[in-house]
Write a protein that binds this ligand. Structure first.
Ligand SMILES: [Cu+2]
Length: 357
């Protein structure tokens, strides 16, 4: 009996070693290797868009004749024109060479040539029309993350609309509601396209003026990049695809923006998680209150006082604080590897709040 048990143990151990030693980049799901070029397709959770079924090729972020970015600050306010009462915004999705630091430019897929794309900012109840032209080498769609749009405007490929093919345009139209901090982003092969930069802030201001109104109101979109050997890859929580750069509004420290504040001013930061990793964002100097979660106001009695808030993918936290003391106060991610650039500190998710008299 003992001998049989020992033989069984040896067999189990042998199977374990075989499994453990198999190549770590083997897909964990049923798929096939493209025999023509030997590349391994990857499954894309939540994507119902690929013409070949449920897989797409894992290749560097690319495109033809990619230009250098002219505007190097992302998330800037987007102008509109009026068609009767409708505010009309125009977007073009296209690849661009985007500087995340002075020395490192990634190949990004952008709305209107910046990362993040331009901020759409309207008032609750406004009728908006967004015309998107696709100049990417792949199809795309836009999802209005958190906004109460009609189903046909929700941007889900092959469910609520056909994918927008390269060279085609699509028109989204809805009434902007409710008030709050939202985002728009690609919903076509999102693990690649959003990681490549197809995201932007969408702010809906309340009809009634806010009291007190913040003196400084800054939106910070948090994401990650994988840049190696001069190529950009969509970073994701998958072996070999982990990011080596981390950005606030498309910039890694020391090239993140400096937030200038006068002592005593009320500061609102709208933190938005748009990448595929979590980030505990920590403020030095003073605690803050969480005044809105995912765009929705938190009643005053329920507002937590914190100095660190975990921002997960898809979440938004509006935090507010009074800049009580002068100085250079740091805001940074407290997963400390995320404050490096390609493993070198300081970098990544750090920025300075410069409080002066
Ligand atoms: Cu982080």
């Amino acid at each position: 009996m003992k001998k049989n048990q020992n033989i069984l143990m040896v067999i189990i151990f042998g199977v374990f070693i075989l499994v453990a030693c198999s190549p770590s980049n083997s897909p964990k799901y049923s798929t096939s290797v493209d025999s023509e070029n030997g590349k391994i397709p990857t499954a894309t959770p939540g994507t119902m868009s690929s013409s070949s079924g449920s897989s797409h090729m894992m290749e560097p972020i690319g495109g033809e004749s990619i230009q250098k970015a002219i505007e190097t600050n992302g998330g800037q306010l987007l102008d509109y024109y009026l068609d009767d009462e409708i505010k009309v915004f125009e977007l073009t999705a296209k690849p661009i060479s985007w500087p995340i630091t002075k020395d490192i430019s990634v190949t990004a897929w952008t709305y209107n040539d910046t990362v993040p794309g331009p901020m759409i900012r309207v008032t609750e109840g406004d009728a908006v029309r967004i015309i998107i032209k696709n100049e990417l080498p792949e199809p795309t769609t836009i999802h209005w993350h958190g906004i109460a749009v009609p189903n046909a405007m929700d941007g889900i490929p092959n469910v609520t609309q056909k994918p927008i093919q390269p060279g085609e345009s699509f028109v989204y139209e809805f009434v902007a509601k409710p008030a709050g901090s939202y985002m728009y982003h690609s919903h076509y092969e999102g693990d690649i396209q959003v990681s490549a930069g197809l995201y932007a802030p969408f702010i809906i201001d309340p009809k009634e003026a806010e009291v007190p109104k913040p003196d400084v109101d800054i939106t910070l979109m948090i994401s990650e990049w994988l840049f190696k050997d001069g190529k950009t890859w969509a970073s994701m929580p998958m072996a070999g695809m982990e990011p080596n750069y981390f950005t606030f509004n498309g910039k890694a420290f020391p090239d993140t923006e400096i937030i200038n504040v006068k002592k005593g001013q009320l500061v609102r930061l709208r933190l938005m998680g748009i990448g595929q990793f979590v980030h505990p964002i920590h403020l030095h100097g003073v605690p803050f209150k969480i005044v809105a979660t995912d765009g929705h106001p938190v009643p005053i009695d329920a507002q937590l006082t914190k100095d660190t808030v975990l921002v997960s993918p898809g979440e938004r936290y509006d935090i507010e604080f009074i800049a009580a003391e002068t100085g250079q106060w740091m805001l940074h991610c407290h997963i400390l590897h995320h404050t490096t650039n390609d493993n070198v500190e300081p970098g990544g998710l750090m920025l300075m709040i410069n409080v002066t008299d």
